[in-house]
Design a binder for this molecule. Structure first.
Ligand code: ADP
Length: 804
């Protein structure tokens, strides 16, 4: 149903006008709103661009080089800037739309006006005719009245005087005729006007008004179409799901999606790659105690009557702390194993667990394992202190304490003065000096002492040097190992808890024969003296001849064993070295003692009866391999060089089979005899373990000989020795050159970490260089073991010999 048939009434016409007015007002509202939106969008675009600008100001951008997070962020900010631009463009478009809307409103206003005018025009004619008909009718009625009156008068005159003439009658007749004529004319006009009105009305209703309405409908509808398009345009410019925004969003998503945690730090790590930091060295400043005579020793706890109680309290505290650490570890482990409410999921303590279960589960596992590590470290640290205190307390003995007071000092000095070095006083009261007693073991290291005392009642006497003072200690196996310091009385006698004796030997014999406990508290009884072993030589068993070298701890001499006249080499340990160093010096003897192989330098014995302590070993007449190579560089054949490599490999194969890690294999630490036989020597750093982790700093590391994993993580295995063996081969073939010459230790280390390996020395058989490279494999497990090395070198030598 269209306007033309439905809206013909006056009321409908008025409603149509009202409607158009409403539409015009709506258009105004729209225009204002779109204008406002454009303004908003423009302001937003400006703010957004500022945000993007701000976001791109990345502080210390250089430090973030290669970061995918940074890259994504930059792209994200760039895209925001794009978005801002897009918003600005849209805002400008909206302003254009406002203009269009203004034009539309103007046109619409015109159309409304012309409709109204047209409507009035066609309605005016009908109205006029309607009025005309009414007017004609009233004229008609008026004339009809006049006619009726005049006709009545004429009839009266005529009836009264029929057939008569007269002026009066004529006058009446005349008037009657005029009135009749008037009436007929009016009648006709009335008829005509009605007919016209009927026609006009019919046209108005069926032609003109429907035509106008139809036209108006189409005009209004065409406005609606324009209006709709304008709205559509406005909406489209605000459409955040439009492709252009979608594309921006897609790009943002893609670049953020490209963030990969495992790649994030790749460039950074590459750029800042450094070798692990060298451990911080904490060292006792020995100058502090330079002027203090006697009592205090660097890095050693002082145990005396002044400190023992404090130490014991501290020990208890620390032991408690260790226990607490262990208990806490147990709790964490229980947690991890699901004993805890969090782990079995019945209680979720925070939102993050609920919202991202997998991630936070992993987080919590990581956290727990970190907690565990921290607790383990704490336990280890505290345990170390416990061990140290225990060791010191044990060393002094369960009961006997040296005095920490000065008034005792004189007494102790007295002991030293008249003690070990003053054999005369001892011999005054006994038949032979203490150090000749079979059960006196000199400064035998504690580890050895403990090894020798196996059954309750086993005992020996030894010397310990504490605070540069010599003390005589009775060590007894009794519910573990107990050590008692022999106390000196003011008059130069010796005692434990019982009576004093003029000599240590008498004191010991008294304890042995009386079977009385050394101290009441310990209950330790002496049952069986443990005598020196054959390798525990007396200093007087060797005669030093000439100095042949200089080692870390002291000079090395050529010497003669008095008993067999055998030539030997004797390493001495400087008397002034601290106790700890002396222990280290003897470590070499302790390790060598167990080995017997033609390519390992042989131990003959150690002299610990008195100072200087010495290690006696077979004399290897060619001296150090390094010197030998340098001195004989012209006369060395490839065969001889390969033979040296084979010897070293044989020695190392033997050591590997004994789980001994040498840790300092190098030409300077090999010896060579007249037959060019190479023997591995210098076991000062060796350890008898399959894997040895250095925890106490790495002060004197032969960096250029040491495998990267040992340098970086302190982890030593025989495969580290294999690396060093590769360097040794290189030294042999370069005839004593310095490896990585021209490079500092740290430079060499850096270069090795980045894959550098030394080039082959001149005239090295390619197979031997290949072997070197294998020894220097960064991947520890892909290095050959010494067994394989030996076989390869041996086979090459055979091939070489057969080809000649
Ligand atoms: P340290 O281990 O204290 O550094 P070394 O074992 O390196 O001492 O010995 C120092 C030097 O003494 C060697 O370079 C070598 O010349 C000589 N030397 C050591 N032991 C012997 C030995 N058994 N036979 C011959 N010379 C030796």
């Amino acid at each position: 149903m269209g306007f033309s048939s439905a809206l013909q009434s006056r009321a409908a016409h008025e409603a149509l006008i009202v409607r158009q007015d409403a539409e015009l007002r709506l258009m105004e509202t729209m225009k204002r709103s779109i204008q406002l939106k454009a303004k908003c969008d423009k302001e937003y675009a400006i703010s957004l661009a500022a945000v993007a600008q701000q976001g791109l100001k990345i502080d210390r951008a250089d430090d973030m080089q290669g970061s995918l997070i940074t890259k994504s962020w930059r792209s994200y900010m760039d895209e925001l800037d794009q978005q801002a631009k897009q918003f600005k463009l849209n805002a400008e478009q909206l302003e254009v739309i406002c203009d269009k809307l203004a034009h539309l409103s103007q046109d619409k206003r015109k159309a409304r006006k012309s409709y109204q005018e047209e409507h009035s025009k066609i309605a005016a004619r009908l109205n006029h005719l309607t009025d005309e008909v009414v007017r004609k009718k009233s004229e008609y009625q008026k004339h009809l009245e006049g006619y009726k009156t005049l006709r009545t008068r004429f009839e009266e005159h005529y009836i009264k005087a029929p057939g008569r003439s007269g002026r009066k009658l004529d006058d009446v007749r005349d008037k009657y005729q005029k009135a009749c004529r008037k009436l007929h004319l009016t009648h006709n006009e009335y008829v005509l006007s009605i007919t016209e009105a009927i026609e006009v009305e019919k046209d108005f209703r069926t032609v003109l008004l429907p035509g106008l309405l139809e036209h108006q409908q189409s005009v209004q509808e065409s406005f609606i179409l324009l209006w709709r398009n304008i709205l559509l345009e406005a909406a489209q410019h605000g459409d955040l799901t439009a492709d252009k925004y979608k594309e921006i969003q897609k790009r943002i998503d893609t670049v953020i999606g490209g963030i990969n945690p495992t790649e994030e730090y790749a460039e950074f790590t590459e750029k800042h790659k450094t070798s692990p930091t060298t451990p911080l060295q904490f060292q006792f400043d020995e100058s502090l105690i330079e002027d203090i005579p006697g009592k205090l020793t660097a890095s050693t706890l002082t145990v005396d009557n002044l400190t023992v109680d404090w130490l014991r309290t501290r020990l208890t505290e620390l032991e408690l702390a260790v226990k607490e650490c262990q208990e806490r570890q147990l709790k964490v482990i229980e947690h991890v194993n699901g004993g805890s409410p969090v782990a079995n999921g019945s209680v979720i303590s925070n939102g993050s667990m609920a919202s991202n279960g997998i991630q936070s589960n992993k987080d919590s596992q990581n956290r727990q394992s970190k907690d565990l590590n921290a607790l383990r470290c704490q336990e280890k640290q505290k345990q170390k202190l416990v061990d140290m205190i225990k060791f010191s307390l044990n060393e002094v003995g369960c009961e006997e304490l040296p005095s920490g007071c000065d008034d005792h000092l004189s007494l102790e000095h007295n002991f030293i003065d008249h003690g070990f070095n003053n054999e005369q006083q001892i011999s005054l009261s006994t038949n032979r000096p203490l150090y000749e007693e079979e059960w006196f073991h000199g400064v035998l290291p504690r580890e050895e002492v403990v090894r020798l005392l196996n059954i309750d009642g086993d005992f020996l006497v030894r010397e310990t040097i504490r605070n540069e003072e010599s003390q005589i200690v009775l060590s007894v196996c009794w519910n573990g190992h107990k050590h008692f310091i022999v106390q000196t009385t003011g008059d130069g006698h010796f005692r434990f808890e019982g009576p004093p004796f003029p000599s240590i030997q008498e004191l010991i014999m008294h304890q042995f024969h009386s079977e009385l406990p050394v101290t009441v508290k310990s209950g330790a009884i002496l049952r069986r003296p443990v005598c020196r072993e054959c390798w525990e030589l007396s200093n007087d068993d060797v005669a030093l001849l000439e100095k042949i070298g200089r080692g870390n701890f002291g000079d090395v001499y050529k010497a003669k064993l008095k008993s067999t006249k055998q030539d030997v080499a004797v390493k001495t340990c400087r008397m002034t070295l601290p106790d700890e160093q002396k222990r280290k010096f003897l470590q070499e003897g302790r390790i060598l003692k167990q080995y017997d192989h033609p390519n390992i330098v042989k131990l003959i014995g150690i002299c610990v009866q008195k100072q200087p302590i010495m290690i006696v070993m077979e004399l290897v007449p060619g001296g150090s391999l390094l010197n030998y190579l340098r001195k004989n560089s012209n006369g060395l054949s490839t065969r001889q060089q390969m033979g040296m490599c084979r010897d070293a490999a044989a020695g190392m194969r033997y050591l590997e089979s004994k789980n001994c890690i040498h840790r300092d294999l190098a030409a300077r630490n090999c010896l060579v005899d007249f037959e060019h036989t190479v023997k591995i020597s210098d076991f000062g750093m060796s350890r008898e373990e399959e894997e040895y982790i250095v925890s106490d700093g790495m002060k004197q590391i032969p960096v250029k000989w040491t495998a990267p994993e040992a340098l970086n993580f302190g982890k030593y295995t025989s495969l580290c020795d294999v690396w060093s063996y590769g360097i040794l081969m290189w030294e042999i073939f370069s005839k004593g050159d310095t490896p990585y010459s021209g490079m500092s230790n740290s430079r060499a280390r850096e270069r090795i970490d980045t894959g550098y390996r030394m080039p082959t020395p001149e005239n090295t058989p390619p197979e031997m260089y290949r072997l070197m490279l294998k020894c220097w494999a960064a991947d520890v497990e892909s290095r050959p073991h010494f067994d394989e090395i030996y076989n390869v070198v041996d086979a090459l030598i055979l091939r070489l010999e057969n080809s000649h």
